[in-house]
Write a protein that binds this ligand. Structure first.
Ligand code: MF3
Ligand code: CO
Ligand code: CO
Length: 265
C-alpha cells in the first residue's frame, strides 16, 4: 500500500494482463456488428454470449450497484453509462462508445473505445480523435517518479487547443480486485499530486465534450449520463500498469495507435 493505493505483485499483474487482453478482445469481437439498424440491446446480447460462452469470464458491470446489463453503450450526447436498450437503434453518423469491464480470478480489466458509424460529421470525428489521442499522450507520460497530475495537464492542453471541454464529474480510477480503487484519475488540470510507483494499476478514460463539460444523470433510470447541452461526447479508456521505466497498456488491442509497452524514462 502507498497512500491507500495497492501495489500489485508480478503475479497479480500477470492476472490483470490476462483479463485486460480479454476485455480488449471483446471490443474487437463486437466491431463488425456496430452498424446502422442494430439495437444497443442486440450488441449487449452478443457481448454477453461471447463473455460467458467463448471467454468464460464475468462482466463486472452486471449487478454493479444494481446496473442491469453486461456493458455500457453510450451514443452521441450520452457521456457514459448508457444502458443497452431494444428501443435504441444505431443510425448512420452515430458515434458509439462501448465500455466493457471483465473479471477473471478476481481481477478486473476495464476499457472502452469509440465506433464511428458510417458518415460521421467531421467535427465529431475530431472529437473522437481528441479523446483517443489525449488518452495516448497522457499514457506516454506515465512512469515511476512522475506525478499523476500529468494526466490532467496533457489532456487539458489538447482539449483546449481543439476547443473541446473535459467532463469533471467522472474520472479514471485504480483497479485490481476492486472495480474502482484509489486513486481518482482526473482528466482536467488539477493539483491531486501523487507520485507514481512501479506496480500501480489504474485507468485513464477521458470524456471529451463538443460543448459544455456539464452533465446530467437520467432521473428515471439513475444511470445514463448525458451532456447538459445535448452536444456529443467521446471517450476512450485503457487500464495501465506502471513498470520500471514507463508503463504497459493491459487492455491493448491490435488497432491501437500506440505500443503496448511504453519506455518513458
Ligand atoms: N466501466 C465504467 C468505468 O470505466 C464503469 C461502469 S459501471 C456500470 O469506470 F455499472 F455502469 F457498468
Ligand atoms: Co473505468
Ligand atoms: Co470502463
Amino acid at each position: 500500500m502507498e497512500n491507500g493505493i495497492t501495489i500489485k505483485t508480478p503475479e497479480e499483474i500477470e492476472k490483470m494482463r490476462e483479463i485486460g487482453k480479454l476485455a480488449g478482445e471483446l471490443l474487437t469481437f463486437i466491431e463488425p456488428y456496430v452498424k446502422p439498424g442494430v439495437t444497443t440491446l442486440e450488441l449487449d446480447n452478443l457481448m454477453a454470449d461471447y463473455i460467458e460462452n467463448t471467454q468464460h469470464v464475468v462482466s463486472a458491470c452486471l449487478g454493479y450497484e444494481g446496473y442491469p446489463k453486461y456493458t455500457c453503450i453510450s451514443v452521441n450526447e450520452v457521456v457514459c453509462h448508457g444502458i443497452p436498450s431494444a428501443a435504441h437503434k444505431i443510425r448512420n453518423g452515430d458515434i458509439v462508445n462501448i465500455d466493457v469491464t471483465l473479471i477473471k480470478d478476481g481481477y478486473h480489466g476495464d476499457t472502452s473505445k469509440m465506433f464511428l458509424v458510417g458518415d460521421v460529421p467531421i467535427r465529431n470525428v475530431k472529437l473522437c480523435k481528441c479523446a483517443q489521442h489525449s488518452m495516448y499522450e497522457a499514457i506516454k507520460q506515465m512512469a515511476p517518479g512522475r506525478n499523476l497530475t500529468l494526466v490532467g495537464d496533457v489532456i487539458q492542453k489538447i482539449a483546449d487547443k481543439e476547443g473541446f471541454s473535459i467532463v469533471r464529474e467522472y474520472c479514471g480510477h485504480g483497479i485490481g480486485t476492486g472495480f474502482h480503487e484509489p486513486p481518482q484519475v482526473l482528466h482536467y488540470k488539477n493539483h491531486n499530486n501523487l507520485l507514481l510507483s512501479e506496480g500501480m494499476v489504474f485507468t485513464i478514460e477521458p470524456m471529451i465534450n463538443a460543448g459544455t463539460w456539464k452533465t446530467k444523470v437520467n432521473k428515471s433510470n439513475g444511470w445514463t449520463v448525458t451532456t447538459s447541452d445535448k452536444q456529443p461526447s467521446a471517450q476512450y479508456e485503457h487500464t495501465i500498469v506502471i513498470t520500471k521505466d514507463g508503463c504497459e497498456i493491459l487492455t491493448h488491442r491490435p488497432d491501437d495507435e500506440i505500443e503496448k509497452v511504453i519506455h518513458v524514462l
